[in-house]
Design a protein around this ligand. Structure first.
Ligand SMILES: Cc1ncc(COP(=O)(O)O)c(C=O)c1O
Length: 400
């Protein structure tokens, strides 16, 4: 029914849910995986499974090569000199809190956050603030769903770090990162970008971005779950100490003490995510055959149309769909409870998300406790969007 050649690469899209063809609109939570990613992981476990770095046999060599190829790929894709492989965005941000924050922040210092942050870019800082007596300052979100840049500029005095989400997972708004980073640096603060929702849609040049840290997850960009990365500018990387001790991150260990590796391995204690790294590499290869900019414009266009249709049905839409924003549509039906609506859509094969989307401070600012969220990705089509709206009209007419 739906013509888009790349859909054939995703086996899961062929399945039915409750007797209907699956329409997967929960991409901001996680994306589907192309067959090449599944094959690469299967092939790794079938033919090369071993542990990395510590043995000379052939399989260990292949495993090490597969794992390190992911790091090389990350550095190339994002133009970065240092790429630490983590379990995802959450671990990457916690890594900064422990390995940089503990060494560089003390009582009286301030961290600037925004009300738009995902919990994974709030809670680690709250934990550190409690431990160290650090002040947390939140930049408000305004009625047009953008950050209050005047408050931001005024909140930079004594700030040592600015943590900002690249693109909101609730609103789809892409923040003015260039301006945010420039202002932060003028005040001597470092910048951490939570790019979990940015990297799926935008090919970011980390060096050019001038941000000091950038965190993201593979599973939001067609890669496996359980793996992500933290990019760090080299000058900052030198100043950071390991936060997790164990195998692989050391140079020598004696009963009196240890010395640590000086490269990214110092942050990668223990057996890493080898199959996931191999799978992520395959995802990058797959994505490199696309024109991401063009695909992104197509998807934002779909999201904008969906938002207009919902508004025309008296449904409140929270967010913005301009050129740089993401294809996320958050909304609230005036009479049907979000969970009921999601169940009714699921009964017709349509997967959407409901709830607070791990962004309770943002929802508090918006005066709501949750939304329904439809999020579009590379394999979604206009026909799917039309079917979604058709079902929304039917459900509204019948149950609203
Ligand atoms: C903006 C944002 N930040 C952070 C995260 C956390 O990512 P992960 O759970 O992969 O660590 C998410 C996931 O939904 C997100 O959307």
């Amino acid at each position: 029914m739906i013509l888009l050649a790349l859909r054939d690469d995703f086996p899961i899209l062929k399945r039915e849910v409750n007797g209907y063809p699956l329409i997967y609109l929960d991409n901001a939570a996680t994306t589907q995986k192309p067959q090449v990613v599944l094959d690469a992981m299967n092939e790794y476990y079938t033919s090369s499974n071993s542990n990395v770095h510590r043995a000379v046999h052939t399989l260990a060599g292949e495993a090490t090569e597969g794992y390190e190829a992911c790091r090389t790929q990350l550095k190339e894709w994002f133009n970065a000199e240092r790429a630490v492989i983590t379990s995802g965005t959450t671990e990457a941000i916690n890594l900064v809190a422990h390995a940089w924050g503990r060494a560089n922040l003390s009582e009286g210092d301030a961290i600037v956050l925004t009300e738009m942050e995902h919990h994974s870019d709030i809670v680690p800082w709250q934990m550190l603030a409690e431990e160290r007596g650090i002040e947390l300052r939140y930049v408000p979100v305004m009625e047009d769903f953008t950050l209050d840049m005047e408050v931001y500029a005024a909140s930079l005095t004594n700030a040592k770090l600015v943590c900002v989400v690249h693109t909101s997972n609730v609103l789809g708004v892409r923040n003015p990162l260039e301006e945010i980073t420039k202002l932060a640096h003028e005040h001597g603060a470092l910048v951490l970008i939570d790019a979990a929702q940015g990297v799926p849609h935008e090919r970011i040049d980390f060096k050019d971005s001038k941000a000091d840290f950038m965190a993201f997850s593979a599973h939001k960009m067609c890669g496996p779950t359980g793996i992500g990365a933290l990019l760090i500018q080299p000058e900052v990387f030198q100043t950071m100490q390991p936060f997790m001790g164990g195998g692989d991150m050391i140079e020598t260990v004696t009963v009196n003490g240890s010395t640590f590796q000086t490269n990214e391995h110092k942050f990668e204690a223990g057996t890493p995510r080898i199959a996931e790294a191999v799978g992520w590499c395959a995802a990058f290869d797959w994505m490199s055959s696309l024109d991401l900019r063009e695909e992104h414009q197509r998807l934002v266009g779909i999201a904008r149309w969906v938002a207009e249709q919902l508004r025309a049905m008296d449904i409140s839409v929270y967010g913005r769909h301009e050129a740089g924003d993401s294809a996320v549509v958050s909304f609230l039906h005036p009479t049907i409870q979000s969970e009921d609506l999601a169940h009714l859509l699921d009964a017709r094969g349509i997967a959407v998300r409901t709830g607070h989307h791990c962004a309770q401070p943002l929802l508090h600012r918006l005066g709501i406790s949750g939304t329904v969220r439809a999020s579009f990705y590379l394999y979604n089509t206009m026909e799917e969007a039309e079917l979604f709206i058709e079902q929304m009209k039917y459900i509204s007419g019948r149950f609203g």
